[in-house]
Design a binder for this molecule. Structure first.
Ligand code: AHG
Ligand code: MN
Ligand code: MN
Length: 336
C-alpha cells in the first residue's frame, strides 16, 4: 500500500478496482462523487466566518434539533452530487424526514443507496472547531428500475459495501473502507485533490484516550460510571490514568482515537435509553471503519454491525474504539 502514497483518490479508487476486483465501476464512480461533494462543502466550511452561512437556519430537523445553515447547505450539496452520480437510487439523510428518491430512469436504475450525516458536529460550526460528514453505502435489495424502498435502508451494518467520513479539520481528510482495510486521503488545497496520506490505517489494540461527555455522568449506567473511574485510576502497567478528550464532534473524536488509540463512549441514559447517536449514518459507518482497522464497536451488549434497524433515524448507544478498551467497558457493564 505504501507504493500508493500521494496517489489521488480517483487514481487510487481505479487502481484498487483493478487490483482486487471487489469494487464495480459504479461504486468507484459513487465514491468519486462523494469526494467532489466533500470538496464543495469544504470550500464553504473554510469561508464560514466570511459569508452569511453561520448560525441557525430557523428550522428543526426530524430529530427536533435546530438546523444550522451549513447543515442545510451540506445536505443539499451531497443530495445533488449523489443524484447526479446516477449510481444512487435513494438517500437517507439526518436532515430529511423520509428517504429521498427520484423519478428519473437513471436514478431508478441506480444500484446503491446512501445513508448520510451531511454535517456532523453542527454545534461546533460557529466556533471554528472540526466538523465532518459521515456516509454509508449499501447495495439495494429492491428491484432495479424502480424507486428505492425503505427496506433498502434498513439493512444490518454488516451489509455495507462502503463506509466513510470526511473531517474538515486543520486539514481536510476523507477516510473510507470498502471492506479491505481503511485508507485516509488528505485534501491538498493547492491542487484541489484528495491524496493518499494514511494508507492501511490500523488502530492500536489499547489506547490511552477516553472520550465521553462526563457532564452527563450522573445519568450513566453503573457499568459506564465504573469504567470512567477505572480510566482515572493510576496504574503504570496500563498507562492509566487515561487522557480525557472530548470535542463534541463525533467524527473528530473518532478520527483522533482511530489514529492514536482510544475509546469513544456515547452511552444510553435513563432519559435517553437509546443514547443520542444515529445507527444508520453515524454508528454503522464508523463501526465498519473501526472493525476494518482492527478495533471494535458495540451498543453495550451487541455488535453494532449486527443490529437490524427498524427506523431510518434510529438511535443507538455507541462504544467504539480500541479492542481492549471496548472489551473492558463491556466487562464493566456485565458486572454492574
Ligand atoms: P450532529 O451535529 O450531526 O447532530 O451530531 C452531533 C453529535 C456528535 O457529533 C457528537 O459527538 C455528539 O452529538 C455530542 O453530543 P453531546 O453534546 O450530547 O455530548
Ligand atoms: Mn452527527
Ligand atoms: Mn449532522
Amino acid at each position: 500500500m505504501k507504493e500508493y502514497l500521494g496517489m489521488t483518490l480517483n487514481e487510487f479508487i481505479i487502481r484498487r478496482q483493478s487490483d482486487f476486483k471487489y469494487a464495480t465501476g459504479e461504486l468507484s464512480r459513487l465514491l468519486s462523487h462523494i469526494g467532489v461533494a466533500a470538496k464543495i462543502v469544504n470550500r464553504e466550511v473554510n469561508k464560514a466566518g466570511l459569508v452569511d452561512i453561520l448560525g441557525d437556519y430557523g428550522t428543526v430537523n426530524t430529530q427536533g434539533e435546530a438546523q444550522q445553515k451549513l447543515d442545510v447547505y451540506a445536505d443539499a450539496q451531497f443530495m445533488q452530487a449523489l443524484r447526479a452520480s446516477g449510481e444512487v437510487c435513494g438517500i437517507a439523510s439526518e436532515e430529511e424526514d423520509n428517504i429521498v428518491t427520484w423519478d428519473n430512469v437513471l436514478s431508478k436504475d441506480g444500484k446503491y443507496i446512501v445513508c448520510i450525516d451531511p454535517l456532523d458536529g453542527s454545534s461546533n460550526i460557529d466556533v471554528n472547531v472540526s466538523i465532518g460528514t459521515i456516509f454509508s453505502i449499501y447495495r439495494r435489495i429492491s428491484e432495479r428500475g424502480h424507486k428505492a424502498e425503505e427496506k433498502d435502508f434498513l439493512q444490518e451494518g454488516i451489509k455495507q459495501v462502503a463506509g466513510g467520513y470526511v473531517i474538515y479539520g486543520s486539514s481536510t481528510m476523507m477516510v473510507y473502507t470498502t471492506g479491505r482495510g481503511v485508507n485516509g486521503f488528505t485534501l491538498d488545497p493547492s491542487i484541489g485533490e484528495f491524496c493518499l496520506s494514511h494508507p492501511d490505517i490500523r488502530t492500536p489494540e489499547s489506547g490511552t484516550l477516553y472520550s465521553v461527555n462526563e457532564g452527563y455522568y450522573k445519568r450513566f449506567d453503573q457499568g459506564i460510571k465504573d469504567y470512567i473511574k477505572y480510566a482515572q485510576e493510576i496504574d503504570k502497567q496500563t498507562n492509566r490514568p487515561y487522557k480525557a478528550r472530548y470535542i463534541g464532534s463525533l467524527v473528530a473524536d473518532f478520527h483522533r482515537n482511530l489514529l492514536k488509540g482510544g475509546i469513544y463512549i456515547y452511552p444510553r441514559t435513563e432519559s435517553a435509553p437509546e443514547g443520542k447517536l444515529r445507527l444508520l449514518y453515524e454508528a454503522n459507518p464508523l463501526a465498519f471503519i473501526v472493525e476494518q482497522a482492527g478495533g471494535m464497536a458495540v451498543n453495550g451488549g451487541d455488535r453494532i454491525l449486527d443490529l437490524k434497524p427498524n427506523d431510518l433515524h434510529q438511535r443507538t448507544p455507541l462504544i467504539i474504539g480500541s479492542t481492549n478498551m471496548v472489551n473492558k467497558v463491556v466487562e464493566f457493564l456485565e458486572n454492574e
